[in-house]
Design a protein around this ligand. Structure first.
Ligand SMILES: [Zn+2]
Length: 210
């Protein structure tokens, strides 16, 4: 595989996107439905052209506030055990309940991405991890998120089940639970990680999940 073309030939878009929809289609409907009133003055927002803006946006006819809407960052980790196995959790909550994914969650406003990686891994697995290389950064337009995936080493803690993790398991790189992955981003992150560290393992095409 050409490193400059991650995932080429595996049904993935030319820019490595992990999404089913095209760019340039505006705010997803489910998100637009939550941006109806001005957060400053409560007036109903209008969607349309605004002076000085290069695209149509929701804005307030009362106070002029512009309701910018941008993707949120999800910080996740692929913890790798000392023996080289990949640690995944079977998700206890939707979306993807019962399916396998890497631990992670939304970046909080007052923490760094490294801190978020450590916090989320601890919250969901009980493992203390140290973030290493970035495996990838994946856009999911349909969910209005960008997912960051760190490779991580386990430096402490003990596997602990929570409501967010029904099961925590170590998988051999050649024996990952491909048909039961929760998210496309999990699939692509594992594909990218394998390409770097276990190029002899040939991952299957994405099958199911969201
Ligand atoms: Zn307003």
């Amino acid at each position: 595989m050409n490193p400059g073309e991650p995932g080429r030939g595996r049904g993935r878009g030319p820019d490595g996107r992990s999404t089913d929809i095209d760019s340039g289609r505006g705010t997803p409907g489910w998100l637009a439905a939550s941006i109806r009133f001005c957060s400053r003055c409560g007036t109903e927002l209008r969607f349309g052209t605004i002076d000085g803006e290069d695209r149509q946006r929701s804005h307030c006819p009362g106070c002029g506030h512009i309701a910018y809407v941008n993707p949120r960052l999800v910080v996740t980790v692929l913890p790798i055990a000392d023996d080289g196995r990949v640690i995944l959790i079977r998700r206890g909550i939707e979306p993807g309940r019962g399916l396998w994914a890497q631990p992670g969650g939304f970046l909080e406003i007052d923490e760094t991405v490294n801190e978020a990686a450590v916090r989320e891994a601890m919250e969901e697995t009980g493992l203390l991890i140290e973030p290493g290389e970035i495996v990838g950064l994946y856009t999911r337009l349909e969910a209005a998120v960008v997912v960051l995936v760190f490779e991580a080493s386990v430096i402490g803690g003990a596997p602990t089940l929570t409501t967010e993790a029904l099961e925590i398991r170590e998988f051999e790189p050649a024996d990952l639970p491909w048909p039961q992955l929760a998210f496309k981003t999990t699939h692509w992150a594992l594909v990218d990680w394998l390409a770097r560290h276990h190029p002899s393992v040939d991952p299957p095409a994405f099958a199911g999940g969201r």
